[in-house]
Design a protein around this ligand. Structure first.
Ligand SMILES: [Fe+2]
Ligand SMILES: [Fe+2]
Length: 291
C-alpha cells in the first residue's frame, strides 16, 4: 500500500535526524572543545529542531489518520445494506442483486483465508455488477427465460458496457479507488461465453476492456463471480457436483490467463477453492431448506 511506504520512509528520516542530534549532543556536552556559550547555543538549536520534528510528526499523523478513517468510513458506507445503490439494485435488478450478495459471501470468505481485507472483498462483491442497473432486463439473471429480442452483436456490446458504466457509477458516487478497480477488473479481458460461438459465426470477436485482475482481491472477485454464476445456472445441490463445477471454473480461469498478473500462488488457489466449496455448499443447502 502507498501509505505504508510513505510511513516507512518517514520513520527512516525521523530516526536518522534524531540519531544525529542525539550523538552530536553527547559529543558537544561531554567534550571540552566548545565553550559554554557554544554548548548553550547548540542545545537551543537542537531543541528547535526537535520541536519542529514533533510538529511535523503530529501533522503527518493527523493526515494519515484522516486518510485511513475516510477510507474506512467510505467502505463501511458501501457495506451498509441500506445504501441507496444497493436498494436500487434489489428493486430494479433482483437477479443481479441476489447474485451479487452470493459473490460477496464467496469473495469475503475466500479473502479471509488469505488474510485479505474482508470488507473490501464484500463491497467488491456487492457492487461489481452495479453497471447492469442501466439496462437490467438484458441480463439473463433478471428475466425468466424469455430472451430479450435484439441482435446478438448489439446485445454483446451492451453487456460488455456494464463494466464501463459500473466504473462511471462508482466514480460518481465517490467509491474508494480500491473498489472502483475491482469493478473495472472483474471480467478482465475475457469474452462473453454464452455469445462467443454466435459472435464468431458472424465474424465478430468482442472482449471486455480489462485490465486483467491486478491484485489478489480482484482475482478472487473474478473467481467468485464465475463460480457463482456457473453453479447457479447448473441448479445442482449435490456436494460432489458442486465441487466439480467449482474446480472446473477455477481451472478454466487459470488456463485463460486472466489471473496471471494477480500474484495468486498455487497455495492461495487451493485455499480459495476450499473456501468456495464450504461457502457454496452452505449457501445451496440453505436455499434448499428455504424452498
Ligand atoms: Fe459483471
Ligand atoms: Fe457478476
Amino acid at each position: 500500500m502507498n501509505e505504508q511506504k510513505v510511513l516507512r520512509q518517514f520513520f527512516a528520516y525521523i530516526f536518522f535526524v534524531v540519531f544525529i542530534v542525539f550523538f552530536v549532543s553527547i559529543f558537544v556536552i561531554k567534550s571540552e572543545v566548545f565553550s559554554f556559550k557554544i554548548t548553550v547555543l547548540y542545545i537551543l538549536i537542537a531543541s528547535v529542531i526537535c520541536s519542529l520534528i514533533v510538529v511535523f510528526l503530529t501533522s503527518f499523523f493527523n493526515d494519515i489518520t484522516k486518510i485511513v478513517s475516510a477510507k474506512i468510513s467510505s467502505v463501511a458506507r458501501l457495506e451498509n445494506p441500506n445504501n441507496p445503490l444497493l436498494q436500487k439494485l434489489s428493486k430494479e435488478a433482483p437477479g443481479t442483486f441476489s447474485h451479487s450478495m452470493a459473490v460477496a459471501e464467496l469473495a469475503k470468505a475466500a479473502g479471509e483465508t488469505l488474510g485479505l481485507d474482508p470488507s473490501l472483498l464484500r463491497v467488491g462483491g456487492y457492487y461489481h455488477d452495479i453497471g447492469k442497473l442501466r439496462t437490467p432486463r438484458i441480463y439473463i439473471e433478471n428475466h425468466s427465460g424469455t430472451a430479450v429480442s435484439t441482435d446478438k452483436i448489439q446485445l454483446a456490446k451492451s453487456i460488455i458496457d456494464h463494466v464501463r458504466i459500473g466504473v462511471k457509477t462508482a466514480r460518481e458516487h465517490n467509491f474508494p479507488n480500491e473498489v472502483t478497480d475491482l469493478i473495472a477488473q472483474h471480467h478482465g479481458t475475457s469474452t462473453i461465453d454464452s455469445l462467443k460461438a454466435e459472435l464468431l459465426k458472424q465474424g465478430v470477436d468482442l472482449q471486455y476492456p480489462g485490465p486483467k485482475p491486478l491484485s489478489k482481491e480482484a482475482a478472487i472477485l473474478m473467481l467468485s463471480d464465475c463460480v457463482e454464476a456457473s453453479v447457479r445456472s447448473k441448479r445442482h445441490s449435490k456436494t460432489e457436483i458442486l465441487e466439480k463445477e467449482i474446480e472446473n471454473q477455477i481451472i478454466k480461469i487459470i488456463k485463460s490467463g486472466q489471473i496471471d498478473l494477480s500474484n495468486l500462488s498455487s497455495e492461495d488457489i487451493k485455499k480459495i477453492k476450499k473456501s468456495f466449496i464450504k461457502t457454496i455448499t452452505g449457501l445451496y443447502h440453505k436455499r434448499k431448506h428455504l424452498k
